[in-house]
Design a protein around this ligand. Structure first.
Ligand code: IMP
Length: 184
């Protein structure tokens, strides 16, 4: 099976390629702009994106919508993560949490696939905490401020290790299960 990963985010594309390699699904990366609706859930955004790309004639593709949900901020930035990353950045998020002891947070990822005109959806999440200071130069987005083990940020660990515990890795594993059921 061959799927086109459609994203303008190079970091996501690299993670998808690595994770799918292990599953025997070959993926190509293409960057095609499509309308991302503002909605209350990642699933709604992804379903609308799949429909929009299909309407443009795309098939056999995969898209992803992800977000960082911070406990003490009532789940913010959540579906607004992209806007917050562009405007406040990691330094702004750290400022919002300055002096806050509850630093629990969750990354969530929803992936949607078109397989010969059929929609396949899957989700994954990853619990962790927001560090006091940004650290590391790997990864992308919020990686330098998010940690699972409380010590090393996602930007400081190898990508294979991030994929094995991350929201995207979990969503890909769930998606692979759905694809296997479908192709049986
Ligand atoms: P979107 O899914 O591209 O809308 O992502 C929302 C925001 O969350 C963007 O600013 C991404 O950089 C960020 N983001 C999504 N996934 C990750 C991740 O795995 N690590 C760090 N930041 C992420």
């Amino acid at each position: 099976m061959r799927l086109n990963v459609i994203t303008s985010n190079q970091g996501k594309a690299v993670e998808f390629k690595a994770a799918f390699k292990d599953l025997g699904i070959s993926v190509s990366h293409i960057s095609i702009p499509y309308d991302e609706i503002q909605a209350d859930t990642l699933e709604e955004v992804v379903r609308a994106g799949v429909a929009a790309l299909r309407a443009e004639g795309q098939s056999n593709f995969l898209i992803d919508d992800s977000g960082l949900f911070i406990d003490s901020l009532g789940g913010f930035p959540g579906v607004y993560s992209s806007y917050v990353q562009k405007t406040l950045g990691n330094a702004g998020v750290l400022k919002l949490l300055h002096g806050t002891r509850d630093r629990g947070a969750e990354f969530r990822c929803c992936v949607g696939c078109d397989v010969d005109g059929k929609t396949v959806m899957a989700s994954g999440s990853c619990r962790g905490t927001i560090l006091e200071n940004a650290s590391g130069s790997g990864g992308f987005g919020f990686d330098p401020i998010f940690t699972v083990d409380g010590v090393k940020s996602f930007a400081e660990i190898p990508m294979a290790l991030k994929n094995s515990v991350s929201h995207r890795g979990a969503a890909i594993a769930n998606l692979a299960g759905e694809l296997r059921k479908m192709l049986r």
